[in-house]
Design a protein around this ligand. Sequence first.
Ligand code: WT7
Length: 651
Amino acid sequence: MAKDIEALLKEKRIFEPPAELVENSNIKKWMNEHDIKDYDELLERAKDIEWFWEEVSKEVIEWYTPYKKILDWTPPYAKWFVGAKCNIAHNALDRHVKTWRKNKVAYIWEGEPGEVRKLTYNDLYIGVNKFANALKSIGIGKGDRVMIYLPMIPELPMAMLACAKVGAIHSVVFSGFSAIALRDRINDAEAKAIITCDSFYRRGKTVPLKKQTDEALEGAPTVEVAITFKRTGEDVPWSEGRDHWWHDVIEDQPPTCETEVMDSEDLLFILYTSGTTGKPKGIQHVHGGYALGVAHTLKWVFDIKEEDVYWCAADIGWVTGHSYIVYGPLILGATSVMYEGSPDYPDIGRLWSMVERYGVNVFYTSPTAVRMFMRFGEKYPAKYDLSSIRLLGSVGEPINPEAWMWYWKYIGREHCPIMDTWWQTETGAHVISPLPITTLKPGSVTRPLPGYTADIYGTDGKPVAAGAGGRLVLTTPWPAMMRGLYKDPKRYVETYWSEYPDTYLAGDIARKDENGYFWIQGRFDDVLNVSGHRIGSAEVESALVSHPKVAEAAVIGKPHEIKGESITAFVVLSAGIEPDDELRAEIREHVAKEMGKIARPGEVWFVGDVPKTRSGKIMRRVIKAKVTGEPVGDISTLANPEAVEGLGKAK
Ligand code: WT7
């Protein structure tokens, strides 16, 4: 027991979804059609994963040529819909323009300065075709790697789909990454071409993307062609011969382009993500199974209906955007909102103003964003009419019950269920998540979706008892799972498949309660050992931010001669709160009260900000290095590198 994670937070509140929402949900309809009376029966039936995934595929995916076999599972490699011919661009675009959806809006886009573009499925189709023809004309074809370094503008999904259309493999690099980070990824992917733009708007300023691209290309010999979209019209450096304008390359291209016939297992994209080492991992996804995974989960979890306006407020540079801004919604033929800029520009009410103006029905964001909104107070959302929202979503990190309740109350107006979706770049699509029919517990991702088998294992490779912590594993394959790491099969096996036989190791610590609900506690490397007790940093942070004066918190274990590690907390106070020793003591006691004395932080430091990745994850390793005086290492992936220096000025 001492070796098990202490599940110290006890969350007792439960929330039932509104009856009308349940009645009208896509999943309920499907269960009725299949004579399945409740969710438990569905989970039971879906244990036959081949039956389940084939059955749901009929609703969302069209194949050019049918598969010969549903699954070929030779651990650690799975092939799904073996032998089928398809192309994700066919499912996302080609088939829609042959229906009434031709003139349906695919994206409502808003630039940070305020301009609006509405693109129908046909607009997108023509844009993609022209650009795909342009790619072909510069010699890009099946299997070539194309880097895409673009901000949140409609040309980003267009470029991705054009790559898919010609059979090229895209690798999107988040526009907030530095030139050095971009260069490393280009070189690993050995990309032949790169697509970027002159610059874009962020917090009222411009970010010079073409300039950064040129810096990256200085050390990236494989790139033969760079295509630049003109977003702002600012001057850019130019290299004759290599560089072309987007508008020039599409000018004389025909508006139709034949879609390359791909195998269901052909690569669609590589997306780099960080691991435990400094070198990013190139996660690979394919045309067939991935398309099914994203479209199916979006349809069931976010319950997307034909007339909905849906908004995933992430960046396409991350997997959330790939799956739930680009491929998922387009395959479903949905209307999505897309926003270029910063959520606090011109003020922290920007997103709520957009929800009101476009009548958003389903809204998906991260706990970090929720806590930021919380910090500024409910007066901002209160200024706008949010009554169009029916369902909310959360992703990326554990959402602390405090933030969950705020989101529920002030954005969901106490009647919109929150879909806290657990998944990873590696899983491609949602794995453990509520559905609109699920009873919710704030802070829990509830239960695995049908078609997935998740469990929590101890170090002995056996499932742990209810309430005990352990390692989150997936014991059966699923269609949207990664198809290995680009050029690194060894690392693929070592990272994910070596701990337990034929079992996928997710890298997260979690516990399951007496109702089979999963509570994610954070990554392995974020777990502290205090006096022989393991405590999740995320849990201590959750306890800290439940204090009314705390906006954000990061917790690390500082080596301690008696306890092994002592809990050291870095705390960002809510706007207008002054730090002092009295408050420091109060916060320590607050944690002790919430979690037990064992979790009381030895030290509490007040800081202006904590270092985070672009997807909002607190970089505890960076903080730890700074605190222990070790080299901080590469901080190019941080959203706020200046926060690292700020740690030194902690009070
Ligand atoms: C890691 C994956 C999946 C899209 C964004 C992040 C953490 C993700 C949740 C959640 C608790 C979560 C896990 C996971 N995570 N969603 N709902 N509750 N933790 O993708 O960068 O690949 O990170 O994010 O630790 O392993 P990613």
